[in-house]
Design a binder for this molecule. Structure first.
Ligand code: HEM
Length: 495
C-alpha cells in the first residue's frame, strides 16, 4: 500500500515536471534520446548501470545516441554530454554553477560543493588562496617529507619484487598529507578509520538506485544510514576538537605577544611553516563551525580520493611504459645534480602526470544542475536551449579520448603530447568552478612521485587495469605493481 502510494506520487511528480519542462521555450530542441516518455523514460539504462559496467554501457549509449542526448528517469531529465563545444560553453558559463552533489549532502552539505550560490565565490577564493605561490613552496616541503615515509614503506615490497596493490600505501600517505594540509594536526587513528569507512559507504551508495537520494536511502538501507551518520559524527566531533585546540593556541599566542614574549622562543622548530586550510578559512571571514567542518571534510575527501587515484594510475602507467620511465629518470637525475633542483622544473614528469590525468581523469564526470535555461550555440547541431531543471553530466573520460581533439592515437599513453603544444586538459574542470587546488595537487603528486622513481625501478608486471567508477575512477583488480630498489640494479651493472 505504502509502496503503491509512493509510486503514484512519483508518477504525478514526474508527469508534472515533464509537462512543466516541455512548455519551456526551446525544449532540448536538437537532442536525440532513448525515450521521451516521462514516467519510466530510460530508467532501465540507469538501473542497469553499475560501477563495473559503466564504461561499456556509456560507450554503447554514446555510440547509439550521440555526444549529447536526453534521458528521462521518472521526473528527472539527465543530459549526458561528451561533446567538446557544449562542455566548454557550459563549464565557462558564469550563471550555471550549481553542481548538485545530493549524494554527499549529509557529510559535505555546508561546504563549497553545495553551499548557497551567494556564498560560493568567497569560499572558492579562500580555497584557491591555499595554493598561493609562497604557501605552495612551504607545502611542497611537507609533501617531500611525506614522500620519504612512502618510500620507506615501499622498501618492504621492493625487497620481494612481488606484485602488490599500491593503493593501500599510496592512499594512506595521501590521507596523512591531506589532513596535515587541511588542519595541520595529527588526527587520531579512529578519525582516519572513520574517514576511510565513510568513503566505503559512499562508494557503495554511488550508482546504486536505492540509495540515490536521502529518502530512498533512508527507506531501503536504514542500518547503513545509521552507520553513515555515526561516522560523520565521529569526524565532526574531532574536527571541532581540533578547532577548539587551534583557537586555544591562538589565544595563548596573543596573550604571550601582549606580554612581549615572542612565540619563537616558546615553540621553535616544530611549528609547521605552511598555512593550513583551517588558518586560511579562519582568517578569511566568518564561517560557522559547521561550515568550517564541512569545508575541511570536502577538501580531505576530494584530495584523498582524487590524488590517490591519480598517483596509482600514474605509477602503473609508468611501470608499463619503460621508455617513459627511463626518460623520467634521466630528467630527475639531471635535475638533482643541478644546484637549484626544484620540483617545478621537471617538464617531462609534469607531462607524464597530465597525460595520466587525461587518460584516467579521477573525477570522471562533472555535473551541472540547471536552475535556468542554458542557451547554447553549436557549429554542428545549431543553436538550442537545455531547460531549467535538467541535470547535465559531462563525461571527461570520453571527451579526453576523442580523436578530433587528441589525434588518432588519442587512446595511447604519450606524455610527449603535453610538451610542445599542450592540448587542453579537462581533468580539473574548466571555468569559474574548476578545481581550486590544481597547482597544489600537481605539486603533491610530483613531490611523491619524484623520489619514488629515483629510488625504485617500477617493473612492467601485472594484469591490465580494469577501470571502474566508484565515486572516483578506480580499478576493479587494483593497481598491481612490482618494484625493485635502484641500488640493487646499479650494483648489478657494476658487477
Ligand atoms: C588530481 C587531483 C584532483 C583532480 C583531478 C581534481 C579535479 C576536480 C574537478 C574535475 C572538479 C570539479 C570542477 C567543476 O565542477 O567544474 C574539482 C573541484 C574541486 N576540487 Fe579538485 N581535484 C583534485 C584535487 C583536489 C584537492 C587536493 C583538493 C583540496 C585541497 C580539491 C578541492 C576541490 C574543491 C573544493 C572543488 C570544488 C570547487 C567548487 O565547487 O567551487 N581538489 N576538482
Amino acid at each position: 500500500m505504502i509502496l503503491a502510494s509512493i509510486f503514484v506520487c512519483f508518477c504525478l511528480a514526474s508527469a508534472f515536471n515533464y509537462f512543466r519542462q516541455r512548455r519551456q521555450r526551446g525544449f532540448v530542441v536538437n537532442l536525440k534520446g532513448p525515450f521521451t516518455w516521462p514516467l519510466m523514460g530510460a530508467m532501465h539504462k540507469i538501473v542497469l548501470l553499475t560501477p563495473n559496467n559503466f564504461f561499456q554501457r556509456s560507450a554503447d549509449y554514446l555510440a547509439k545516441y550521440g555526444a549529447f542526448s536526453r534521458c528521462w528517469v521518472f521526473h528527472r531529465l539527465f543530459i549526458p554530454v561528451a561533446d567538446w563545444e557544449l562542455a566548454q560553453q557550459l563549464l565557462h558559463s558564469e550563471s550555471h554553477l550549481e553542481t548538485g552533489h545530493e549524494l554527499m549532502s549529509d557529510w559535505l552539505g555546508e561546504g563549497v560543493l553545495m553551499c548557497q550560490p551567494e556564498h560560493w565565490p568567497q569560499r572558492h577564493q579562500q580555497l584557491a588562496a591555499l595554493s598561493s605561490p609562497d604557501n605552495l613552496l612551504q607545502l611542497t616541503k611537507l609533501f617531500q617529507q611525506q614522500a620519504v615515509q612512502l618510500c620507506q614503506q615501499l622498501e618492504a615490497y621492493a625487497a620481494t619484487r612481488q606484485l602488490f596493490d599500491v593503493w593501500q600505501p599510496v592512499s594512506g600517505n595521501v590521507l596523512d598529507l591531506m589532513l596535515a594540509t587541511s588542519c595541520g594536526m595529527q588526527p587520531s587513528e579512529q578519525y582516519k578509520q572513520a574517514f576511510t569507512d565513510l568513503i566505503e559507504i559512499y562508494r557503495k551508495r554511488f550508482l546504486s538506485i536505492k540509495s540515490a537520494n536521502r529518502f530512498t536511502f533512508w527507506l531501503a538501507s536504514p542500518l547503513m544510514r545509521r552507520r553513515q551518520q555515526r561516522l560523520i559524527r565521529i569526524l565532526n566531533d574531532e574536527n571541532k576538537q581540533m578547532l577548539g585546540k587551534w583557537r586555544q593556541q591562538q589565544l595563548i599566542e596573543s596573550q604571550l605577544k601582549s606580554e612581549g614574549i615572542t612565540i619563537d622562543r616558546i615553540e621553535p622548530a616544530s611549528k609547521l611553516q605552511h598555512q593550513t586550510l583551517l588558518e586560511v578559512l579562519l582568517s578569511g571571514g566568518k564561517l560557522s563551525d559547521t561550515e568550517l567542518c564541512a569545508e575541511l571534510n570536502t577538501c580531505n575527501y576530494l584530495g584523498y580520493l582524487l590524488c590517490s587515484s591519480t598517483l596509482c594510475f600514474t605509477l602503473v602507467l609508468i611501470a608499463r611504459h619503460p621508455a617513459v620511465q627511463q626518460r623520467c629518470l634521466e630528467e630527475l637525475r639531471n635535475a638533482r645534480s643541478s644546484e637549484d633542483w626544484q620540483l617545478q622544473r621537471l617538464p617531462y614528469l609534469d607531462a607524464v602526470l597530465r597525460e595520466s590525468l587525461r587518460l584516467q581523469p579521477p573525477q570522471l564526470i562533472v555535473g551541472r544542475q540547471l536552475s535556468q535555461d542554458f542557451n547554447y550555440t553549436h557549429s554542428l547541431v545549431g543553436n538550442g536551449a537545455l531547460p531549467a531543471g535538467a541535470e547535465v553530466y559531462i563525461n571527461l573520460y570520453e571527451l579526453q579520448r576523442s580523436e578530433p581533439q587528441y589525434g588518432n592515437q588519442a587512446h595511447l599513453f604519450q606524455p610527449e603530447r603535453f610538451l610542445a603544444q599542450p592540448p587542453q586538459l579537462l581533468s580539473f574542470g574548466l571555468g569559474p568552478r574548476s578545481c581550486p587546488a590544481r597547482e597544489l595537487s600537481l605539486s603533491l603528486l610530483k613531490a611523491l612521485l619524484a623520489p619514488l622513481l629515483l629510488q625504485f625501478e617500477l617493473l612492467p608486471y601485472g594484469d591490465a587495469m580494469r577501470p571502474n567508477l566508484r565515486l572516483a575512477l578506480g580499478s576493479r583488480n587494483g593497481f598491481q605493481l612490482a618494484l625493485q630498489p635502484r641500488e640493487a640494479i646499479e650494483t648489478k651493472t657494476i658487477d
